[in-house]
Design a protein around this ligand. Structure first.
Ligand SMILES: [Zn+2]
Length: 140
């Protein structure tokens, strides 16, 4: 027995992020978004999955402040905020919240992906190709 898998691989997904803008994997059969990329849609099992440019907006679901750098490479960053963002399209993803003092971070605050083209920004807005995407505070 052979399993059918979606043909979108991780490299292609990350390349879409760089070239198209901030995308989430979307099932083309039931239109559900999901993250991370999976071999089949977690909602309906379809393997027809495409990266689709999304709003890049969401709200802070949870966070933790890192005060002690895990390695020398992070020493210049501490304290920093590790966040779980609930995107407006549904999927939650782990990221970092930047440009906000840790004491000002509040669960439920509106956030937006930083420096990436999104469906709610003009096409000329830059996608800097940073990986992984970081989030910043957004006006509600
Ligand atoms: Zn589906």
């Amino acid at each position: 027995m052979t399993a059918t898998m979606n043909s979108l691989n991780s490299h292609q997904y990350w390349e879409s992020l760089r070239t198209k803008g901030f995308c989430l994997p979307q099932c083309q059969a039931c239109k559900e978004f999901h993250f991370y990329l999976r071999p089949a849609c977690p909602a309906c099992g379809s393997v027809e999955i495409e990266p689709v440019v999304v709003s890049g907006r969401g709200q802070l679901y949870s966070f933790s402040v890192v005060y002690r750098a895990p390695s020398a490479a992070f020493e210049k960053d501490v304290p920093y905020v590790v966040a779980i963002v609930a995107t407006d399209e549904g999927p939650h993803l782990m990221t970092r919240l930047v440009g906000v003092k840790p004491e000002d971070v509040v669960i439920g605050m509106r956030v937006a992906v930083k420096d990436w083209r999104t469906s709610s920004l003009p096409a000329e807005h830059p996608s800097l190709g940073q990986a992984p995407p970081l989030f910043e505070s957004a006006v509600p």
